[in-house]
Design a protein around this ligand. Structure first.
Ligand SMILES: NC(=O)C1=CN([C@@H]2O[C@H](COP(=O)(O)OP(=O)(O)OC[C@H]3O[C@@H](n4cnc5c(N)ncnc54)[C@H](O)[C@@H]3O)[C@@H](O)[C@H]2O)C=CC1
Ligand SMILES: O=C(O)[C@@H]1CCC=N1
Length: 266
């Protein structure tokens, strides 16, 4: 019997497995994927075993993480449904798919966790928001779920009603943070800096600024003010970014992401 079985070993499935290895032995984890080549590559890289059949994986795992695209959920759920029992816990990481949606597609009353992780799990700096179906979970099971996601980085437990809003703020947001880093590096290159040096300077600065917010507890506005010397260089950039709608563009983009999440499969 495996502790954790992952169905789907793509970007997120792989990041989760890599993170899990900080807390669990590779012999506690198993996975499936449609792609034979991907399975072989991951087995080679992480030493985690794969199974070819989703049903067999469900039969042999306590926690079953559905790490496939939302459009594959129905098919995967119907494949594993017949072998699930009350000891199983399904962990869904798909945007917009509710706990109720999954429960309605299962013949038995199986416990379902809805979580939204992100790919920085790969380097132990993930952020996962977790919701439990109701009070049917035992203390030990809640502890286990927290431990699974804790091995990927930070966790918060939230009411499921907030899950759709988690997607733009931490599930999808690494993408736009990378765009920000890329844009800063492009600007560096425009000014004559070598590309690699630009990436290093931009990404360490994003990391450092994020740590400042988390560790000083200061308002981001105050931290920004501390960088802006009166009549200095920074305020020139800040004023120009404001003129071009820097904040508005981010808020609007995230709102689009939220609207799309709500349309996924609720
Ligand atoms: N990529 C990200 O940053 C995040 C993704 N998610 C969610 O995680 C889930 C997976 O996303 P990604 O890993 O990015 O997608 P992906 O496309 O990289 O991986 C999905 C994997 O599932 C496999 N697959 C498809 N159908 C299958 C089946 N019937 N049985 C077994 N394997 C099957 C595919 O071969 C593929 O390797 C999605 O629901 C996504 O919305 C959640 C948080 C962040
Ligand atoms: O783009 C997506 O649909 C997934 C959900 C969160 C991050 N990636």
């Amino acid at each position: 019997m495996y502790k954790i079985g992952l169905i789907g070993a793509g970007n997120m499935g792989f990041a989760i497995m890599k993170g899990l290895l900080k807390e669990y032995l590779y012999s506690h984890i198993v996975f499936t994927d449609k792609s034979r080549e991907k399975k072989e590559r991951i087995k080679e890289k992480l030493k985690i075993k794969y199974i070819n059949d989703n049903k067999e994986l469900a039969q042999k795992s306590k926690f079953i993480v559905l790490a496939v695209k939302p459009q594959n959920y129905d098919q995967v759920i119907s494949e594993i449904d017949s072998v699930l029992n009350e000891k199983n816990i399904i962990v869904s990481i798909a945007p917009g798919i509710t706990i109720q949606y999954i429960k309605e597609r299962l013949r038995k009353d199986i416990k379902v966790v809805r979580a939204m992780p992100n790919t920085p799990a790969l380097v132990g700096e993930g952020m996962t928001a977790i919701s439990f179906s109701n009070d049917e979970f035992e203390e030990e099971e809640i502890k286990d779920v927290k431990k699974i996601f804790k091995s990927l980085g930070e966790t918060v437990i939230i009411d499921e009603k907030y899950q759709d809003a988690i997607v733009p703020i931490s599930g999808s947001s690494p993408a736009y943070v990378y765009m920000f880093i890329e844009a800063m590096a492009d600007a560096g290159v425009l000014m004559g800096l070598p590309r690699e040096l630009s990436y290093k300077l931009a990404s360490q600065t994003v990391l450092g600024a994020a740590k400042m917010v988390l560790e000083t507890g200061k308002h981001p506005g105050e931290l920004k003010d501390n960088v802006c010397s009166p009549g200095g260089t920074t305020i020139e950039a800040v004023a120009n970014l404001e003129k071009n709608g820097f904040r508005g563009v981010i808020i609007e983009g995230m709102n689009k992401c939220y609207e799309k999440t709500k349309k996924m499969k609720n």
